[in-house]
Every structure is written in C-alpha cells, then in structure tokens.
Design a protein around this ligand. Structure first.
Ligand SMILES: [Zn+2]
Length: 178
C-alpha cells in the first residue's frame, strides 16, 4: 500500500464533488496549482443545461495566426488558461454563469485599455476579459445568458489579425473542494 499523495487527495475530493458536478479530473490535475479548469467541462448532472454559457453567443475561437482559443491550447512555453469566445467588438456580453459580480479584473498590468470582471458563482468563479464592464453591476447577482455585463472590446488593437473574442477563464472555488 502506498501512502496517498496530496495529488490523490485532491483527486478524491474532486471525485466526491462529482456527485454534483462532473469535471474532467485529468484537466484539473494538470492545473492543480491554480485550480484552473476548462469552462466546457462543467455540466450539472441534475440539469442538462451547462453551468457556463458562451458570453458572446459565439463559439470558441478556432486557429488564427495567434494560435487557437480553446482551454489548454499551447502558448509559448505555457498553455491557454481560458477559452476565447468569438464575437464582434461593441456587442453586448452576457454573464457566462449565475453569480455575483465581485470586481473589475484586468488582463494586463501594462495595458489599461483592456478590462474585465470577476464573477463568483456557487461552485466556481470566472474572470472574463476584453469587455467594457457595466460597473453598476458590482455586488449584484446576475443570471447566465440573461444579464448584460458589458460590451466587447477590440482585442485586435493589441494582437493584429486575431479573431475578435472575449477571454473566459473558470476556476473552482477552493472551498468547494474541502
Ligand atoms: Zn484567451
């Protein structure tokens, strides 16, 4: 018998949590340190509706000259920690989850043109980048696919030729894994 490792312990907790939410354990274990998970990997067993919906209404960005937009896509020596949802600059952006809008979140410390929001749901929280947020929503509970949380910014001004999109990254609430 081998002693359970920390990693296995986390695995057990995740499996335990799977009664409520199915997660792709392998993806989580790859990203254990920061608890990042692929937004598309969530699905509520009791309800076939996904816990996360596309904030633009569009699909995940396909390959362009800046790589691919799915979770885990290669980024130099790292991997993409979120998923990029295709849309049009200026369009309305909807909350991807049911949750409370916590605060403004910024993707770059060196580029104040771009902003986003941190939204905290019941079991996970998300950061959504490249939106002009509706600041009046801070502290307010919003519903996925219904609440307009802002308008889409033009990421093409920073990355020439990139498919216009918003970036969404989801993280499990560590409390949920306890
Ligand atoms: Zn991205």
């Amino acid at each position: 018998m081998t002693e359970p490792t920390k990693k296995n312990h986390l695995h057990d907790k995740i499996v335990h949590g799977a009664a409520k939410i199915r997660v792709l354990v392998n993806d989580i274990l790859k990203e254990t340190k920061k608890l990042h998970v692929a937004a598309d990997d969530y699905c509520d067993h009791a309800n076939p509706q996904p816990l996360i919906v596309s904030p633009t209404g569009g699909p995940v960005r396909d390959a362009d000259n800046h790589g691919m937009g799915h979770f885990g896509a290669p980024r130099d020596s790292k991997t993409h920690k979120g998923a990029d949802y295709v849309g049009e600059p200026g369009q309305e952006i909807f909350s991807p989850i049911d949750g409370r809008v916590i605060r403004v979140a910024r993707p770059y410390s060196d580029d104040s043109r771009y902003s986003g929001l941190l939204i905290s749901g019941k079991h996970l929280y998300v950061k959504i980048f490249y939106i002009e947020p509706d600041l009046g929503l801070i502290g307010i509970w919003v519903f996925k696919g219904k609440a307009v949380i802002g308008t889409m910014q033009d990421i093409g001004k920073r990355y020439t030729g990139i498919t216009p999109h918003v970036h969404l990254q989801a993280m499990i609430d560590p409390e949920y894994l306890k």
